[in-house]
Design a protein around this ligand. Structure first.
Ligand SMILES: [Mn+2]
Length: 327
């Protein structure tokens, strides 16, 4: 029974909300908008969703444009990442352990690790990277039963396919490539993450081991949650390909070949269609037009450097991070 007599119990309604988190700053706003639009287009009209944007340096006009995307069954909420002791450790790590040209030099990548701690209101949630496009209802991902696992994620195809990454994960991290997951799409049991003191564990590892990892936040996620991860159906985190498998649910334009940088990228039509309904369409085209040969060259160099770094670390005789108590 509703206290407002609207026929709908607001509390009951709230309990059914599907919370979806994104972590962004200004440079991600454009394509995060496409991700959010694609999510909204595929929602179940019978359900309610809440997109929660954890941000850092997101301008008022950008927030305003994103907020304008709100629909009848999908709310948009913003939360500014506040400075705290863990963030200080992450900033120091990024400043000293990742080169400025590194893919993972930005602290915003690490914000997903704070979700459980910052949002005690939720027991379960979905996280998606801003370089994703939904092709199906994200509520179906949310509904997956995690059983006794802490998160669900897809085994990382870049690790299984690129020998340098595979060697790195197996030798330097000590994780079988078939167990190592991509952190771009996560179903999370926030209660369990809180119980594990996830963020404290991550920053403890950052402090205690003086090592520069290849994909730090993702590597730590895999290290800390090893054995507690449910393998997600590939369809929930697909690499763009000429032909998508039947039942494709989510595209992830991971690492390189972003459609807002390059032409003729596989599956780019899904991206541009999703970008269309947003206030960022023009900006995205300008971004692509403004992506010069010089920038392309730099992009390729970055990829090469990342693979070379993985190859170097793959020579490790034993894991470079060892921690006894894994619970
Ligand atoms: Mn990504």
């Amino acid at each position: 029974m509703s206290i407002f007599n609207t026929g709908i119990n607001p509390l009951n309604k709230f309990s059914k909300v599907v919370p979806v988190f994104l972590t962004i700053s200004n440079d991600y706003a454009q394509y995060a908008a496409a991700a959010i639009n694609s999510l909204m287009k595929h929602t179940n009209p019978e359900r309610n969703y809440r997109v929660i944007i954890l941000y850092d340096r997101l301008s008022l006009p950008n927030r305003w444009r994103l907020r304008n995307m709100v629909t009848k069954n999908c709310a948009i909420e913003f939360r500014k990442m506040k400075f705290n002791v863990h963030l200080q450790i992450i900033r120091t790590y990024c400043a000293t352990k990742t080169g400025t040209g590194d893919f993972f030099s930005k602290t915003v990548y690490y914000y997903r690790a704070f979700i459980a701690r910052l949002f005690p209101l939720y027991d379960k949630a979905v996280y998606i990277d801003s370089d994703t496009i939904l092709l199906d209802d994200i509520g179906k991902l949310f509904d997956i039963d995690l059983g006794d696992k802490v998160i669900a994620a897809r085994v990382d195809p870049k690790v299984t396919n690129v020998p340098e990454f595979k060697g790195y994960v197996e030798n330097a991290l000590g994780i079988p490539a078939s167990e190592y997951v991509n952190s771009g799409v996560l179903l999370m049991d926030l209660k369990k993450l809180r119980k594990l003191h996830y963020i404290t564990r991550m920053t403890d590892l950052m402090k205690d081991f003086d090592v520069s990892l290849v994909a730090p936040d993702q590597d730590y996620l895999n290290l800390i949650l090893q054995g507690k991860i449910m393998k997600l159906d590939d369809n929930w985190n697909l690499e763009p390909a000429e032909e998508l498998p039947k039942g494709a649910k989510l595209l992830h334009f991971n690492l390189f070949n972003k459609p807002w940088h390059y032409e003729d990228v596989n599956c780019e039509e899904y991206f541009w269609n999703a970008a269309k309904g947003t206030g960022f369409y023009g900006d995205l085209w300008r971004t692509r037009q403004g992506f010069t040969d010089e920038m392309r060259k730099k992009d390729h160099e970055k990829v090469g450097a990342l693979i070379a770094k993985a190859g170097e670390l793959a020579k490790a005789k034993e894991p470079i991070i060892k921690f006894g108590d894994k619970n």
